[in-house]
Write a protein that binds this ligand. Structure first.
Ligand code: SF4
Ligand code: SF4
Length: 78
């Protein structure tokens, strides 16, 4: 009985974890076209001084839409 409740607790804990997302933007190749910031469904990216910038990595869901849409292959999402 004790073990069973322990496993259930661990499963619930795992489901509550936030997505571990890491976003790399190659600022050298970014031309500030805004396609990534417009396409991101979670409003993670914003353009600052004509370069895409991560506004809030906590809300990134690793969907990789930004990677797919960037014409210059600037973005890598792990
Ligand atoms: S991976 Fe998805 S959620 Fe994360 S920044 Fe790119 S488009 Fe936004
Ligand atoms: S889509 Fe690519 S080139 Fe355009 S702003 Fe985003 S990172 Fe920069």
């Amino acid at each position: 009985m004790g073990l069973g409740s322990l496993f259930r607790r661990n499963k619930n804990k795992k489901e509550e974890e936030t997505v571990d997302c890491h976003i790399d933007i190659n600022a050298q190749d970014c031309d500030g076209c805004e396609k990534c910031s417009i396409a991101c469904p979670n409003n993670v990216l914003m353009i600052v001084d004509d370069v895409s910038t991560v506004r809030d990595p906590q809300v990134c869901k690793s969907c990789k839409v930004c990677m797919a849409i960037c014409p210059n292959d600037c973005i890598t999402v792990n």
